[in-house]
Design a protein around this ligand. Sequence first.
Ligand SMILES: C[S@@+](CC[C@H](N)C(=O)[O-])C[C@H]1O[C@@H](n2cnc3c(N)ncnc32)[C@H](O)[C@@H]1O
Length: 286
Amino acid sequence: MYWRVSKDRFEVLDRERRIWWGKDGNAIPQIKRFISDVKDGRVLQTIWFYKDVGHTQEAKQELLEMVEFVTSDDVFITPKPTRLIQRFLQIASDKESLILDSFAGSGTTGHAVLKQNAEDGGTRRFILVEVEEGIARDVAAQRVRRASSGYTNAKGQEVSGLSGGFQFCRLSASPLFSPDGQIRADVGFAQFAEFVWFAETGTGFVGRADSPLLGVHEGRVVYLLYNGILKDRSTDGGNVLTASVYESLPDHVGPKVIYAAACRRGAARLARESIVFRQTPYALDV
Ligand SMILES: C[S@@+](CC[C@H](N)C(=O)[O-])C[C@H]1O[C@@H](n2cnc3c(N)ncnc32)[C@H](O)[C@@H]1O
């Protein structure tokens, strides 16, 4: 492996006799790395052999065991073996690291993080990003879900889960914010609902966005009053929490969080009815 260092750093290393110039002094200079310099006493090898880090065929096999493909053409051409990504994690991550793979593909990175955590007791987390919705949902998510909670392999054997898990989030079709940081004026109820839900619960919205009652999270009933026009604070416009709007909301037992553009109910009344009012769009600073 080649290490790029600045000229100044190179000169310091050379003065410290940390540069190897070859037996005759005319080799391509290389930095000497000692066991004490590296993590876990492991010196990085220039060549990684497939017996240690796997190969494409192994990676395909791993994938076929865990994910159902309609045709063999759908199997990735060059997936990476989990062992290869684990080697990167062993070298370049700490036990608490957050690992980002912005080209997730078949989800090898997520699988490797779960495996590495299971092996060394780490609490690494991962973010996988995949642009193709089908791949994200049917390959990467399916694989990582099975890796964490267990599955039956192609030979009918039970494979125990590595534990851990993940949350599946989708990006909106269009951005919610305008370039100046304001929520866009043409945001529809469904898009706004997704955002409100995420801001309130930190989880992806799985509801249908066909009612002001967005859902229940950890015992809190979450409502959104939004008539499609963000700045509409007219009392009867539908964006304002009034007594009659409150009466018309789908009922659900439990403490309530209501997002609306304004509130015409007194603080004492809200407290008595276990309602927390959050004003849109200001309360959406995530
Ligand atoms: C070569 S694959 C990654 C393989 C993966 N590391 C594995 O072995 O499991 C690259 C993936 O990146 C996805 N991709 C390409 N452009 C992207 C983008 N701009 N954002 C997110 N994903 C993207 C492709 O759809 C493809 O699934």
